[in-house]
Design a binder for this molecule. Structure first.
Ligand SMILES: NC(=O)c1ccc[n+]([C@@H]2O[C@H](COP(=O)([O-])OP(=O)(O)OC[C@H]3O[C@@H](n4cnc5c(N)ncnc54)[C@H](O)[C@@H]3O)[C@@H](O)[C@H]2O)c1
Length: 418
């Protein structure tokens, strides 16, 4: 593109936008110059955070179109809620096609869409506008995952054979904003929200270093979903109170627990298995990410709460609730693990460096919207399997038009009882 530095515009000023802004202290050759959010105040706060951290002279814009019209902005990071993806991408493409401005690329947070039709539309719109595309799956950039893969393949796999089983789990006590809990707005429950991470990082671990994702062929998917905690009357009431009465888990719940098994064939036709578990019903110190990779003579294990840093606060330390020790923290007393740098350890710094370097050199990022589509296809097949209570061969028929019952407001395990 001829430029040596990229000007970045962030769409959305919430939780993940702030994570990306904080990660920018480790990103080179790009500055955060703009933020757009649903309201100007949030956008201004996020822009102020960027300025305070010296990661760019960011200012707030009224709209995505206004931000694109600024010649200083070269690429957008889409960090707005799932239900705004298509309107956002349509506005971007419209602004570019009507000559309002120019962009080299867009990077989009997970999930790429609430279903396969939306994810594919994101890809098609990006291609129509000839944009480079980055799918923001931070976990495939997490140092423990990247290094674990490197070592397992270099030592274990090269001498004794490829890994054949990857297990990934992501669990916490539930999302911070009401819209995540609404099947229709979010696209589903915890399966859509968090299994997107687990299926992709497990696939990444099982793929030989440097190989394309197409070397692994998904052949069947088996999944199970349940609402274990948040449909109990006491907890359903908490969700209702937090959302001003909108979230109704007694009648319109989403799953707070999901597991899936994806069976792949490798390039030789051998069987590989990915097992994932996700839940919004885990009350531990905070967010827990675990991964295991198993091969014939070796194994790798990662647990984000097995931190080298722990603090202890006695019962006399009665501080306010916060998330200063770990994301989705559940306590401020006793022995608590601390994640030293969440932006580093969860992969955001390496992810954003990769996206920036790819955009600057005019190359498609290694994690892109095609990966986002593939992930969505696996998740939707998992929903089909859970709904039909059987193993589904991949790819199933009518996958492109499938919308899970939970996203249509038609899933209620309580009604199936007895
Ligand atoms: N990679 C990860 O681990 C991870 C973690 C959390 C969230 N996410 C993803 O990031 C996205 C945002 O999540 P969040 O936690 O920041 O949510 P959030 O609710 O905290 O923030 C969303 C922000 O988007 C703004 N917004 C809403 N509608 C908008 C619109 N039409 N245009 C512009 N801005 C709009 C809101 O005002 C808010 O500032 C979601 O898609 C979520 O799945 C990813």
């Amino acid at each position: 593109m001829g430029k040596k530095r990229l000007g970045i515009g962030i769409v959305g000023g919430g939780f993940i936008a702030r994570f990306h802004i904080r990660s920018w202290v480790g990103v080179r050759d790009a500055d955060i110059l703009g933020v757009v959010s649903r309201n100007r105040e949030t956008a201004e706060e996020a822009a102020a955070l960027a300025r305070d951290l010296h990661v760019g002279e960011a200012r707030s814009y009224r709209s995505v179109t206004d931000m694109i019209a600024d010649p200083a902005i070269d690429a957008l990071w889409i960090c707005a809620p799932n239900f705004t993806r298509i309107e956002m991408m349509e506005e971007i493409v419209h602004a570019l096609e009507s000559g309002k401005g120019k962009l080299v690329g867009v990077a989009c947070e997970k999930p790429l869409g609430r279903n396969v039709a939306e994810a594919k539309k994101m890809l098609v719109l990006t291609q129509r506008a000839q944009l480079l595309d980055g799918y923001l799956e931070n976990q495939v950039f997490a140092p423990a995952i990247v290094r674990g893969k490197e070592i397992a393949w270099a030592r274990g796999a090269s001498l004794t054979g490829r890994p054949y089983l990857a297990r990934a789990a992501e669990e916490h006590s539930g999302p911070h904003m009401p819209w995540f809990w609404e099947g229709e707005l979010q696209g589903g429950g915890v399966l859509n929200d968090m299994m997107c991470h687990s299926v992709e990082e497990a696939r990444f671990m099982l793929t030989p270093p440097g190989a394309d994702r197409s070397v692994l062929t998904p052949v069947k998917v088996t999944a199970h979903t349940a609402c274990l905690k948040w449909q109990k009357p006491h907890y359903a009431e908490i969700l209702s109170d937090r959302s001003g009465g909108r979230t109704d888990y007694m009648n319109r719940p989403a799953e707070d627990f999901a597991r899936s098994m994806v069976e792949y064939r490798d390039e030789k036709g051998d069987s590989l298995v990915v097992e994932t578990t996700t839940s919004w019903s885990y009350v531990g110190a905070g967010l827990r990410l675990t991964m295991e990779l198993l091969g014939p003579e070796y194994s790798v294990v990662v647990n984000s709460l097995d931190s080298g840093l722990k603090v202890f606060f006695s019962r006399n330390v009665k501080g306010e609730a916060g998330e200063d020790l770990v994301e989705k923290q559940n306590a401020e007393m006793g022995l608590m693990p601390v994640v030293g740098s969440e932006e580093t350890e969860y992969g955001y710094i390496a992810e954003n460096r990769h996206m920036v370097q790819s955009f600057l050199s005019g190359k498609r990022p290694m994690e892109n919207f095609s990966d986002g589509v593939n992930v969505t296809e696996l998740l939707m097949t998992a929903y089909m399997s859970a709904e039909q209570e059987k193993t589904i061969p991949f790819p199933p028929q009518r996958l492109d038009s499938f919308v899970p019952a939970v996203a249509r407001g038609e899933w209620n395990p309580r009604e199936q009882k007895g």
